[in-house]
Design a protein around this ligand. Structure first.
Ligand SMILES: [Mg+2]
Length: 231
């Protein structure tokens, strides 16, 4: 067996970010009566958030904004994008409620438990995430997946964020692995796949929406259960 250590990304790879985010935003929309603030529809609110959130995560990854801006200012930008005049009290309350509620959402991608149970028998499993300690552990605990993983490597504690190859090198050293026996599973071609390749680690691109791309990846899957086919 070539591989010994499997490293997983968490958001959008095991934890179904889009579904969990949609559930949270739906609650916030009604809780804060956002239709009364001129937001045309719940769908528009969700779409705008997902778009803006992605942009801000990318800015955070490359060091253009800090953690507090990402966490606390997201809804200022979302409401700005929607051309809604909102009070700072409202945007702050939205940010706080979002952070309070979303980590407790329980949607994982299909067969996550089954696949992790299978893999844990054969490999040592770890997480490498750019997410924050307090939210990532809540997400893992509330979905019951914490026990599958030996190490959870958080970029904010390591000091380098994916795709910086140093976080991958750090992770190998931390768990006592070598690149040739390791495999990184993630949903983001730039962050997880290119990042792992830069550190000499084979990669599995999790591509549930089957987006077309030209990137080179060691493996590609559309569903987690496909991992059992070659691992
Ligand atoms: Mg991800």
């Amino acid at each position: 067996m070539k591989y010994k250590h499997l490293f997983f990304d968490l958001d959008h790879t095991l934890w179904d970010f889009e579904r969990n985010c949609t559930e949270t935003l739906t609650e916030l929309y009604y809780h804060f009566g956002l239709e009364g603030h001129g937001i045309v529809s719940l769908e528009t609110f969700i779409k705008t958030y997902l778009h803006r959130n992605e942009i801000m995560w990318e800015q955070y990854r490359y060091g253009n904004i800090d953690r507090d801006t990402l966490r606390n200012k997201r809804f200022d930008f979302v409401l700005y994008d929607l051309e809604i005049e909102a009070s700072p009290d409202l945007t702050r309350a939205l940010s706080e409620e979002y952070i309070l509620r979303s980590p407790y959402k329980k949607n994982l991608f299909a067969d996550t438990h089954e696949v992790l149970t299978y893999l844990k028998e054969k490999y040592v499993l770890h997480i490498i995430t750019n997410g924050f300690r307090e939210t990532q552990f809540l997400k893992m605990d509330s979905t019951g997946i914490t026990g599958y993983f030996s190490e959870v490597i958080l970029s904010e504690e390591v000091g380098w964020k994916k795709p910086d190859s140093r976080i991958f090198m750090y992770s190998l050293e931390k768990v006592g692995a070598v690149a040739a026996e390791s495999l990184m599973v993630g949903d983001n071609l730039d962050v997880d796949i290119a990042g792992a390749r830069g550190a000499g680690i084979d990669q599995v691109y999790f591509n549930p929406n089957r987006i077309r791309h030209r990137a080179e990846t060691t493996f590609e899957i559309g569903a987690l259960v496909e991992l059992k086919g070659f691992l």
